[in-house]
Design a protein around this ligand. Structure first.
Ligand code: SAM
Length: 223
């Protein structure tokens, strides 16, 4: 069989066994995960593992999240198709590519300049033209582009950054891991006319969110 069809087969298996069987029913999310070539978002030496049920290293101590985590965080945003969304923590660009298949516009921000540049090139080459990549401190969001009809943060914050809540549109969701090296919870917040509703969902393990509203080195690795 051609290499390309082997990748497709692996991808379909990934969606069936790791995503659908764990209860994700959002057809837009499932279809995006069937389409986006995850093996092109990881370093060459990691490609054989691209469709495995785990995060993978992407350099500079950072990771591309486990496929199921990408799927559930996307599904939790409850997207319909016409949204402008923000991702904090571009990493490889994979989560941004998934979002781009579902919504109108994706803005994604990465603090590491080399990762941001690589993700930008990759997304452009692969034709994900509704994604805009920024280099900078995403813990402050992107006030110039707000409001967003969905915000997803793919690194763990010490607490929910106030600027991100401010930049969330009414009725939209913010999905974010909150906690430190000893333990984190995935949280979902919704801005409503009555205030902010908050759900604590389940334990997760993410790399730290740095920056003004993130963790300082000395806090993440306490002596
Ligand atoms: N979503 C990514 C993907 O699909 O490959 C995986 C992201 S990785 C788990 C978390 C990323 O958040 C890292 O690339 C890290 O450099 C980035 N990050 C950490 N703090 C940040 C900040 N304040 N602003 C923007 N990016 C940040």
């Amino acid at each position: 069989m051609e290499t390309e069809s082997l990748w497709v087969e692996e991808r379909l298996r990934m969606v069936k066994e790791q995503i659908e069987q764990r209860g994700i029913r959002d057809q837009r999310v499932l279809q995006a995960m069937r389409e986006v070539p995850r093996h092109l978002f990881v370093p060459e030496e990691e490609q054989p593992y691209a469709y495995e049920d785990c995060p993978l290293p992407i350099g500079f101590g950072q990771t591309i999240s486990q496929p199921y985590m990408v799927a559930i965080m996307t599904a939790l945003l409850e997207l319909k198709g016409d949204e402008k969304v923000l991702e904090v923590g571009t990493g490889s660009g994979y989560q941004a590519a998934i979002l781009s298949r579902i919504v109108r516009e994706v803005h994604t921000i990465e603090r590491h300049p080399v990762l941001a540049q690589r993700a930008e090139e990759r997304l452009r080459t692969l034709g994900y033209s509704n994604v805009k990549v920024y280099t900078g401190d995403g813990s402050l969001g992107l006030p110039d582009k707000a409001p967003f009809q969905g915000i997803v943060v793919t690194a763990a914050a010490p607490k929910v950054p106030a600027p991100l809540l401010q930049q969330l549109a009414l009725n939209a969701y913010l999905v974010i891991p909150v906690g430190g090296p000893a333990g984190q919870e995935l949280m979902r917040l919704q801005k409503t006319s009555q205030g902010v509703e908050q759900e604590e969902l389940f334990p997760v393990a993410f790399v730290p969110l740095r920056g003004k509203e993130g963790w300082k080195d000395s806090q993440w690795f306490p002596r």
